[in-house]
Write a protein that binds this ligand. Structure first.
Ligand code: SF4
Length: 400
């Protein structure tokens, strides 16, 4: 019996050029044994025209037009749940993103919201079409204006805070950088920001299938931060952190090194606690923790935020049914919220319900986009639960 009659494709069955466009490690797709684990792992599957498993089969069969016109890869939140679980080790999420690259290159079926996003970032250097010079607007209503924030370009500081577009411009997330700078002030740690010289990290465009747009943003941000020579770049946003760690090394003129460490805020806070540079007061809350996909599955940062939470006297951490590598996405990734709000709303409502079922009075996360998405779901479903970033939790619990 031939491999074909067994339903097993060989390399010769495939159009190699086509496969290289959509999957750099394309031979891996050949090894898919159609178990469907990726499909059942996908939080957006109910609204897709083809489940991921079926899309891989169409790819293997070389049915380009069918694949190119599918909505499936535009609805992928890039949560990596499928990638983490695929028994064949196929980079399923990255293949979805590569399909977006292909659709953009062919100019076929690219959602209007994605083209608008590209034009907005090109024109304003942020995703919200705001005046980028106003990047420090989040600091305006702090109880006392921190002296260290008055001069944006301070060199040789311990912390360069990379704020990210969401915390810079969405009022519901202002309190995340506000909390971090107040923690740093209290702990007498030197810090700075890039102010209006911080540009979008580029991850929303990378996720949109526009990888080529990232280079100019990356080079600008790297150059500005290097000029200040901080000890650490600290990002409160999991996506910015992921971009600096995963994408920016390719834009460092070859050596892949920055000259400073890149940390997520939860990692930096865990260090401060371990070194006894900050001290927590009692906070008798019952909380649950939501793992952001960009921090957890993509980087394996699970312990640092939990260590921070469990360092607070009196707090009880109750895990959700799906946590750590098995965590559910909040629905806020992959630019899906700006294309198909219904998909994000559906996923976020399910994650919120999981959190509520723990009996926790607060959801703690480590990403401004997760906070924004879960807050939106709580408002729409009229759910009473506090939703805080780990940075806000620390500032709330800190001995003042
Ligand atoms: Fe194929 Fe992996 Fe999906 Fe299973 S989980 S169908 S092996 S891609």
């Amino acid at each position: 019996m031939s491999p074909k009659s067994l339903g097993v494709l060989t390399e010769d069955c495939l159009d190699r050029q086509f496969m290289k466009q959509v999957e750099p490690a394309w031979k891996k797709v050949l090894t898919c044994f159609q178990c469907g684990t990726c499909s059942v792992s996908c939080p957006a599957i109910s609204l897709m025209d083809y489940p991921p498993r079926q899309l891989w089969q169409l790819l293997r069969l070389g049915l380009r037009e069918q694949v190119l016109h599918s909505r499936t890869f535009w609805l992928c939140t890039q949560c990596y749940a499928c990638t983490a679980r695929c028994p064949r080790g196929i980079m399923t999420s990255e293949t979805m993103r590569n399909l977006r690259e292909w659709a953009v290159a062919e100019n076929v079926g690219v959602p209007a919201a994605i083209l608008k996003l590209r034009d907005t970032v090109r024109a304003t250097y942020n995703i919200l079409n705001e005046n980028n010079a106003a990047r420090l607007i989040w600091s305006r209503n702090l109880p006392a204006a921190p002296a260290q924030l008055q001069t944006a370009a301070r060199a040789n500081v311990e912390v360069l805070l990379f704020t990210g577009c969401v915390s810079s411009f969405y009022p519901m997330a202002y309190s995340i950088p506000q909390s971090l700078v107040q923690i740093l002030e209290q702990a007498k740690i030197s810090y700075a920001t890039l102010g209006g010289e911080e540009w979008c990290c580029g991850y929303p465009l990378y996720g949109a299938g526009m990888q080529s747009e990232v280079a100019a943003l990356a080079r600008h941000n790297i150059e500005r931060v290097r000029a200040l020579a901080p000890q650490n770049l600290v990002a409160t946003c999991s996506s910015c952190f992921h971009t600096w760690k995963h994408l920016y090394p390719a834009h460092t003129n070859g050596d892949g090194a920055f000259g400073f460490a890149i940390l997520h805020a939860s990692e930096f806070l865990a260090r401060l606690l371990a070194d006894k540079r900050i001290k927590m007061a009692k906070l008798p809350w019952v909380v649950t923790y939501h793992d952001p996909c960009d921090l957890g599955r993509k980087h394996g940062v699970y312990d640092a935020p939990r260590a921070v939470i469990q360092n607070i006297p009196g707090i009880t951490l109750r895990e959700m049914a799906n946590h750590r590598a098995d965590a559910m996405c909040c629905g806020g990734g992959g630019d899906v919220a700006m294309m198909e709000t219904a998909v994000t709303d559906d996923i976020a409502a399910r994650r919120l319900a999981q959190a509520v079922s723990t009996g926790a009075e607060a959801i703690i996360s480590s990403c401004q986009q997760c906070k924004r998405t879960l807050l939106g779901a709580a408002r729409k479903t009229k759910t009473r639960i506090k939703i805080l970033d780990v940075t806000e939790l620390v500032w709330q619990a800190m001995e003042k």
